[in-house]
Design a binder for this molecule. Structure first.
Ligand code: SF4
Ligand code: SF4
Length: 177
């Protein structure tokens, strides 16, 4: 496990953004991340990716069981945004990042919500959309074996540690340490 100094992810960028603001933020992060220790960046990126790969089929199964009959879909909430750690991970992943923040004005619904649910792959979503389990899904998880539940929690913890490590590396560099 890497040395992590932060205990919480930064709220930076967690607000509605215009296309231009999003583009500028993405370009800034892309330029700045290239100055970091690439071995550490790639290690954290791979560990996060590994975790999301493990979570993906599980979350898909839970969603298939609960979402079609949901009366209050979580994606219609207005508080979901990409944060700095999301942008760092997406940039390190070296993939095309989504074309914008989840919304450009506070009252809008998430731009990635389509008729059949989220249009982004799990790797490209804000991380809160990756790990979030609603009450109905928590109930399903509680019926899994203890071993499986432990593995689930360990996976979330591993992802969390590496997202914080990525941010710590990035912020230390920005402070000139
Ligand atoms: S994850 Fe839960 S709250 Fe969100 S849409 Fe599915 S069932 Fe509804
Ligand atoms: S990014 Fe996808 S999962 Fe997250 S709120 Fe938007 S539509 Fe829902």
């Amino acid at each position: 496990m890497p040395i992590v100094q932060k205990s919480e992810e930064s709220p930076r960028y967690r607000y509605p953004m215009s296309s231009m603001e999003w583009r500028e933020a993405a370009e800034r992060i892309r330029d700045e991340i290239s100055a970091l220790d690439q071995e550490k960046v790639q290690h954290s990126m791979h560990c996060i990716t590994w975790g999301i790969e493990w979570l993906d089929p599980l979350m898909h199964r839970y969603c298939m069981e609960t979402c079609p009959s949901c009366q209050d879909p979580c994606c219609t909430g207005k508080e979901v945004f990409f944060n700095q750690a999301d942008l760092l991970y997406l940039t390190a992943l070296n993939t095309q990042i989504p074309p914008g923040q989840t919304r450009s004005r506070p009252w809008e619904t998430c731009r990635y919500l389509g008729e059949k649910g989220c249009m982004l792959s799990r790797f490209h979503r804000p991380y809160v959309c990756v790990w979030f389990l609603c009450d109905a899904q928590m109930k399903i998880l509680s019926l899994e074996s203890n071993r499986f539940q432990r593995r689930f929690l360990e996976t979330l913890q591993k992802i969390r540690v590496h997202r914080l490590a990525l941010e710590s590396l990035y912020e230390r560099n920005a402070q000139g340490d």
